[in-house]
Design a protein around this ligand. Sequence first.
Ligand code: GLN
Length: 476
Amino acid sequence: MSEITSLNLVETRKLLSEKKASAAEVSAAYSQRIAVLDPKIESYLFVAQDQASENLTGSLGGIPIAHKDVFCTSGMPTTAASKILENYVPPFDATAVAKLKQAGSVILGKVNTDEFTMGASTETSAFKKTRNPWDLARVPGGSSGGSAAAVAADLCVFATATDTGGSIRQPSSFCGVTGLKPTYGRISRYGVISMASSLDTIGVITKSVADAAIALEILAGQDSKDATTGSAPVEKYSENLRTDLKGLKIGIPREYFVEGLDAGVEEVIRAAIDQLKKLGAEIVEISLPHTEFAVPTYYVVASSEISANMARFDGIRYGPTIKNEDAANLVEMYFENRTLGFGDEVKRRIMLGTFALSAGYADKFYKKALQVRTLIKKDFDDAFTGVDLIAAPVAPTTAFKLGEKIDDPVQMYLADIFTAPASLAGVPAISVPAGFSADLPVGLQLIAPQFAEAKLLAAAHAFQITTDFHLQKPTI
Ligand code: GLN
């Protein structure tokens, strides 16, 4: 049984199509593994009853997957890991969930996240602390820590995830799995609970780049229910994967190799860059001059949008609602519900964002941040006139210990230093396993121009199939 769960998407599809296992057997293997191992990893917030069917017609027929708990799933709880949505069971599927269902996927359950995806360690979840399968004393990263840990521990074939400032890439780096954050607007966000609407993207965390390419083919595309989706054609990403990098120019941004970058991480990234060179890429140093402003810019823009998005949660229909008759009036009821329903990090960002948008300060903070965001976007536009792709670290460190940064928000925010820039620019990026530092995984980040996912995946695949880091498994 454990052999079944160690397979990636491509391999599981083969197993099913050759009838070496039935969909029910594949699902059962995962359910058993979740029952035995998830009490250690704590990645699932909700485990579904067996959903397998033997109809294998779609491209994901019989493939068991997990959804980050911000994706609305009809008939299954969707909490955003927040008490304010406890007991919320949506009557509809997010477009992404519907597309994956249509393709035949089997939902194993919903996985943990930082509350409303605000965080970099999954510790702000109101419900549980997910552990890194490589070291149970460490965080899996975040906010998609449940997705990354579940994939790394073979508790699903792949998982959906979201990335607003790094939430797919950083946990993928920390857990030694592949994480694709597509271009802003490449995948519909209809039915996915918002964090910061000008930055939110959805993507997947997988066991290989080839698996991510298949998932993107299904997920990408315009959706009349999400006006921010782009009309660029959805390419055959999985058929255009490459085995070398000849003819590609890859830029290495000097601002990503600065003080604060852990020496062990830097060593892994330098070796990965050598590998890109061996595969035929021309490596050139480039500059993304406004990188140092990305974290403050991101936290002003994101918090401003968060303060607006969180306003819709009143705690009246779901969550720890105080009884109507206990409150003096409606406003007091909102206050009390929101006090009980939101955790500290969400409250911190509502306050930061409300301040940054308030009269007299909006020009100084919000408007200024938008201007700097334009400069950061321009850094990428300029760089991509000279190179096809950019290679960089994903995060300055490997997975840190549970509790290490949770009481120091600024330290936690600095974990986004190498991921926030691509988010602000809306460009696609991927994290691929690139090695280990002190036995903890390190991801290499590749970044491409907007809607150049085909090029991004092709190059990431060439790196992956000529290395074996993605094949190594944690012993749990
Ligand atoms: N760590 C970042 C934050 O807390 C990114 C979160 C995300 O991408 N959802 O805002």
